[in-house]
Design a protein around this ligand. Structure first.
Ligand SMILES: NCc1[nH]cc(CCC(=O)O)c1CC(=O)O
Length: 324
């Protein structure tokens, strides 16, 4: 048996999909092959935040699963819309990578040492707003493109051509992507979550399958038993509950993955903690709240996300934040 693994075609997507494929093959004892799927997010070039918003990366992969072009699809969880798709299920959330955002700045500069008015590139309203909360003087520049394209805009970063003219002082990227690509040499500062809360799901992958192939607690499945068992074996319960809480918060806020919303859930002892922030795009206003629950189950994680979202809504975040 060969399991077909659907992936986007970018270097980061292929790298992380191959890492999932290797783990599935190791625990399942079967062959895998990567199937590259082109998505609108890879083809269109406008600002991502104006491109039909959420889900541009996920739709084509999900279609490929539904028409059986592949058996498993690997997504970056933060790019996956929160609405459930009939017939599909998240069969595994592997152990999460570093959740933090990082600054990749020229000359090893940090958020504290960037000069007044420095130009920092990001296409994410969440990153832009939190940058401005910490440093209202910065000039945030809207950028997009794959990891190499973004890094190429900062002069002198390791891996860039020596004489390449960069137009930015820094860019903000996810630590997880750079770690998976073994490119941590470009990082000048890890931004702690006290300064910059990550996107819901950041650093985690979702391994999606047709629902009949997902590990189930009660009913029998129709899939090859080995695939179902391998998916269950690479699932990490702590990571799954954390992203469940973060995504429940996002869904209750009716916000998309491009909204100025940061969230981070993590286990501490027998408690699940959730921290969240909602910002005005220009950083002029924000609300940051935290809550914990000792109900360490899918239901408990979902309730935690919903309750914290309702506290934020009660504090009036919908009046100043562009959640749509
Ligand atoms: N929206 C782009 C995107 N989607 C997933 C990642 C990698 C981070 C992750 O694994 O969550 C990135 C790049 C980035 O944000 O730097």
């Amino acid at each position: 048996m060969s399991v077909r693994i659907g992936t986007r075609g970018s270097l980061l997507a292929v790298t992380q999909s191959q890492q999932v494929a290797d783990r599935l093959a190791a625990v399942g004892g079967f062959e895998t092959e990567l199937v590259r799927i082109k998505t609108d997010g890879d083809v269109l070039t406008g600002p991502l935040s104006q491109m039909g918003g959420t889900g541009v990366f996920a739709v084509a992969l999900r279609d490929a699963l539904l028409v059986e072009q592949c058996d498993v699809a690997v997504h970056s969880l933060k790019d996956l819309p929160t609405a459930a798709i009939p017939g599909l299920a998240i069969a595994a959330v592997p152990a999460r990578e570093d959740v933090r955002d990082v600054l990749c700045a020229r000359d090893g500069l940090t958020l504290a040492t960037l000069p007044q008015g420095a130009k920092v590139g990001t296409g994410s309203p969440r990153r832009a707003a939190q940058l401005l909360l910490a440093r209202p003087d910065l000039a945030v520049v809207d950028i997009r493109g794959n990891v190499d394209t973004r890094l190429g805009r900062v002069p002198g970063l390791p891996g860039n051509a020596e004489d390449a003219p960069g137009d930015l002082d820094a860019v903000v990227l996810a630590a997880s992507g750079l770690k998976r690509l073994s490119r941590t040499d470009v990082i000048s500062e890890y931004l702690e979550t006290s300064v910059m809360l990550p996107a819901p799901g950041q650093g985690a992958l979702a391994v999606e399958t047709r629902a009949a192939d997902a590990p189930q607690h009660e009913s029998q499945t129709s899939s090859p038993e080995v695939l179902t068992q391998a998916l269950a074996a690479i699932d990490d319960a702590d990571s799954r509950l954390a992203v469940t809480a973060e995504r429940a918060l996002l869904a209750r806020l009716e916000a998309g993955c491009a909204a100025p919303v940061g969230a981070h859930a993590y286990r501490k002892g027998s408690f699940l903690h959730l921290e969240a922030v909602v910002c005005a795009n220009d950083g002029s206003r924000h609300e940051r709240r935290a809550k914990a629950s000792d109900l360490f189950t899918e239901v408990g994680a979902t309730l935690l996300g919903i309750e914290l979202a309702e506290e934020l809504l009660a504090a009036g975040v919908a009046d100043f934040a562009d959640l749509g």
